[in-house]
Design a protein around this ligand. Structure first.
Ligand code: SF4
Ligand code: ZN
Length: 343
């Protein structure tokens, strides 16, 4: 006999919640999922009435669910927020062009304004062109650094007070793991934060309303709500290291579902020993964006691309950044070090 919903005890259960193991009907699952996001927003005081909020929209399941739930909760609980969508067009043929079509449909469905910022217009480079030069090994480094800044630029153009992103619990746990594996203490301390305040001019505060939502539940929510989202992987995606961390996490989750939340809690409770050196934030002397070095990562990567020295921003070449900034010529040996590309 089919199980009854353990919440309403009237309808037939259609799913077992990955987070709690409860058997629920569709409506009770929707309600539980939405209420948990609402509780997250309220508990962390993510928004203030009257604010305008840009939802980072990629057309994927997380940001589509985020846009849907933000619109719904804004109306259900009178948050008083002005919502809009911000998308980044990385210039990836066969991937982003298609997913942006999904975002455009979402814009119609949710009746929200949409701003698209593209790498080509901001940096003069598409990811297609970058991959042609750098190959498929470090491409995601370029993409990630450019995206962070592109979102801020879009947010500044739209004059929003805040950006919210679709990072879910699995993403946060994965990032905690990655930062432990890399020994990146500064990021480890920041990555579990549910919201970040502006760190300087042109940096818009960000928050993650889905921080405690499991990826599996986001997929179920999108599926049962029949949301229109794009599920193809990026064609340049094999970022092997992150991929291993993700597989490891999923393996652990299959034995112990609470692993995800446990890792997040561990990350939240870690404190950094006094005396550990942290990077000091300043501003990039070229573009004015926040940076702990004379040039921000984006400007270094861009300089490398424009000079045909794509390895400039990969690894540790800080001494060379200073040389470039003061427009001193590089020696042949230094140029050679930056040129080789591993395809
Ligand atoms: Fe960019 Fe890499 Fe993500 Fe593709 S997988 S969108 S290249 S960061
Ligand atoms: Zn810069």
């Amino acid at each position: 006999m089919p199980a009854q919903c353990s919440s309403c005890t009237e309808k037939r259960a259609v799913l077992k919640r990955p987070k709690t193991g409860h058997s629920l009907c569709k409506e009770c699952f929707f309600w539980a999922f939405e209420e948990e996001v609402h509780q997250t927003i309220v508990a962390a005081e993510l928004f203030k009435s009257g604010e305008s909020v840009g939802i980072a929209a990629s057309g994927g399941k997380d940001s589509t669910v985020l846009a849907h739930v933000m619109k719904l909760l804004n109306e259900r609980y009178n948050y008083g927020l002005e919502l809009m969508l911000i998308s980044v067009d990385e210039g990836i043929t066969g991937y982003r062009d298609d997913s942006l079509e999904t975002v455009k449909r979402n814009q119609q469905q949710y009746e929200l304004p949409l701003k698209i910022v593209s790498y080509e217009e901001l940096y003069g480079w598409t990811m297609d062109a970058i991959v042609k030069q750098v190959g498929l090994k470090n491409n995601c480094t370029f993409c990630g650094v450019f995206r962070r800044q592109a979102l801020d630029r879009g947010a500044v153009m739209l004059k929003v007070d805040k950006i919210c992103t679709g990072h879910n619990a699995d993403d946060v746990a994965e990032t905690v793991l990655m930062n432990v594996l890399r020994g990146d203490i500064a990021r480890l301390r920041r990555c579990t934060a549910i919201s970040t305040s502006s760190e300087g001019e042109g940096v818009v505060p960000r928050c993650k309303p889905l921080k405690y939502a499991y990826e599996k539940e986001i997929v179920l929510y999108a599926y049962f709500k029949k949301l229109d989202y794009f599920s193809t992987e990026c064609i340049y995606s094999p970022n092997a290291y992150r991929g291993y961390a993700r597989t490891f996490l999923k393996d652990l989750e299959s034995i112990r579902p609470s692993t995800i939340i446990d890792i997040i809690h561990s990350g939240e409770n870690l404190s950094v020993r006094e005396g550990v050196k942290m990077p000091v934030q300043g501003t990039c002397s070229r573009c004015g964006y926040i940076s702990s070095q004379a040039l921000c990562k984006s400007c270094v990567l861009l300089e490398g691309l424009n000079r045909g020295l794509p390895k400039l921003g990969i690894g540790k070449h800080h001494r060379l950044h200073d040389k470039i900034l003061s427009q001193q010529p590089l020696t042949d040996k230094e140029e050679r070090k930056l040129k080789p590309v591993d395809f």
